[in-house]
Design a protein around this ligand. Structure first.
Ligand code: SAH
Ligand code: SF4
Ligand code: F3S
Length: 494
């Protein structure tokens, strides 16, 4: 029973990665004049951006600290995806006022998606911060800090069409030295009706493929064993040496206009994946997030072709009902989504791990439509998922067009039904792994015991096994002998 409770804790950790958890950067002490403390909320992209911010600030006479009380500069890198994400940051900001009272010279800045969404509001109306910078304004931070030093409040929330921070090497202060995240694109053009991201992160743009490959090569040289390529919709990655072609839509337009594309270099996501996988057979390559409307067989075939591309796809469904999906402006139907799942199973087999994002209680969702989400889960049998109830976001299409008319009580009950079903399926999927041998990349010691190591298999499942003489960064073959709904346990096979 106890074990089960602990494992549920692990699952909760997993389900929180899109918002509730926050991360701080550890101490660096290189004799710089001032100290920066950053707390990062939201998705992996925000965590990744904080590494870029730290890199910019360390070039500008700041060291980092993990203690806000010791800091000269405090940044909250914020998330705006759901209302409770923003509430949490507001509480944090209130709390930080006490730090400022003790040390009035401390500068407090808000970065990221909530900064972009609220713009002047935090700065002027609520007067609780000194600096506001949106996701595309981080190069400007040293100037903004100079303005604050001169006694002004400073803000830059311009969204860019081409900023990708391609030339800035992120400082990986929080890393376990084994796996790293590499941002391959920024922004999002999809306009899902519930989602604030297109407003907070701006237009979609793909990062120069050469700079991605260089960053991955550098990571390999430093001993990293795993990279996760990050984008809101990695399947629409498209980089070309012609700056007019910065997205798939732009490529189509260029072809229509008769632009000669023969002599320019164009790299799509499947091709990028291949180039990254090719860097080293010892490097495990992951990516997130795939969008069902764009995920094509070329990507799946590339995954099948290279052993070192992880056999795991995060394929958010959001709903299992086609009318709701249409209202969500997701660009696919239930049937299309299930066809994509069929392709995954055809090309990569039963072995491939699949996870989802699902939203309970979107505007006007009926009880039958909610049942369609549950039946979609029954058809797919996901390994795990990230589950939310709908939270209306200002400025989004849904906010403008549809009343948020499902009561909180009903939203919560539907969400619980989705979570219960996922727990059932996670356990079933994990039980299927018992008796199998999987290749685990060791990330470190198990939290519960130093005699055990913790790692992940290709399907992204956490595997715990006895330490022997293995260490962080090793690949180890483990035969699974037991499982819970969030974790596999096994013995080393030599
Ligand atoms: N780009 C990714 C998702 C990024 S946001 C994709 O398209 O799948 C992560 C998840 O947060 C979404 O998949 C969605 O399930 C959830 N989400 C986004 N906006 C939300 C809202 N207004 N209310 C509840 N959940 C939301
Ligand atoms: Fe939001 Fe949709 Fe873009 Fe994902 S694809 S970030 S859900 S608008
Ligand atoms: Fe949140 Fe922005 Fe990521 S809204 S989920 S931090 S893109």
């Amino acid at each position: 029973m106890n074990n089960l409770i602990k494992d549920i804790d692990i699952l909760e950790e997993e389900t929180q990665t899109t918002q509730e958890e926050y991360k701080t950067l550890p101490n660096t002490n290189t004799g710089k004049k001032r100290k920066l403390y950053i707390e990062s909320y939201g998705c992996q992209m925000n965590f990744s951006d904080s590494e870029i911010v730290a890199s910019i600030m360390m070039e500008n006479d700041f060291d980092t600290t993990d203690n806000a009380d010791n800091a000269d500069l405090i940044f909250l890198n914020t998330c705006a995806i759901r209302d409770n994400a923003e509430q949490r940051i507001r509480h944090r900001l209130q709390h930080l006022q006490s730090v400022k009272k003790k040390k009035p010279a401390t500068v407090i800045g808000v970065l990221g998606c909530m900064a972009e969404r609220l713009k002047t509001k935090l700065l002027e109306e609520e007067k609780i911060v000194d600096l506001v910078a949106g996701p595309d304004a981080y190069r400007d931070l040293p100037n903004l800090i100079n303005e604050v030093d001169d006694g002004q409040r400073a803000m830059n929330v311009f969204l860019s069409r081409d900023e990708t921070y391609a030339d800035i090497a992120p400082v990986r202060l929080n890393s376990n030295g084994v796996s790293a995240f590499v941002s391959i694109m920024r922004g999002c053009d999809n306009m899902c009706s519930f989602c604030v991201v297109p407003f907070t992160r701006g237009r979609e743009r793909s990062r120069d493929a050469h700079s991605i490959l260089k960053e991955v090569q550098d990571l390999v040289n430093q001993g990293y064993k795993e990279v996760t390529l990050l984008g809101q919709n990695v399947d629409s990655y498209l980089w070309s040496s012609n700056p007019d072609v910065i997205s798939i839509t732009a490529e189509k337009k260029a072809i229509k206009k008769g632009v000669d594309l023969t002599n320019i270099e164009v790299v799509n996501f499947a091709q990028l994946l291949e180039k990254v996988a090719f860097i080293s057979p010892d490097l495990r390559v992951r990516f997130t997030t795939s969008h069902p409307k764009d995920m094509n067989d070329e990507v799946l075939e590339m995954m099948a072709k290279y052993e070192n591309i992880a056999k795991y796809i995060h394929l958010p469904a959001q709903s299992g009902n086609s009318r709701v999906l249409e209202m969500m402006n997701r660009g696919y139907t239930r049937e299309w989504y299930l066809d994509r799942i069929k392709s995954i199973r055809r090309i990569l087999g039963e072995e491939c791990g699949i996870s989802h994002d699902l939203i309970a209680g979107f505007c006007s969702e009926t009880e039958e439509e909610h049942q369609d989400t549950l039946s979609l889960m029954d058809e797919v049998h996901y390994d795990f998922g990230y589950m939310f109830f709908y939270s209306e976001r200002p400025s989004t299409l849904a906010h403008k067009k549809y009343p948020d008319d499902i009561s909180l009580e009903v939203k919560k009950r539907r969400l619980q039904e989705i979570i219960d079903k996922q727990n059932e399926h996670s356990l079933l999927r994990n039980q299927k792994d018992i008796g199998k041998i999987c290749k685990v990349l060791v990330e470190g010691e198990s939290k519960r015991s130093a005699d055990f190591l913790k790692g992940r298999n290709s399907q992204n499942k956490v595997v715990i096994f006895p330490k022997h003489n293995f260490k962080k960064g090793d690949y180890v073959n483990v035969k699974i002998d037991r499982c819970s709904l969030a974790t596999l346990f096994g013995e080393v096979v030599l």
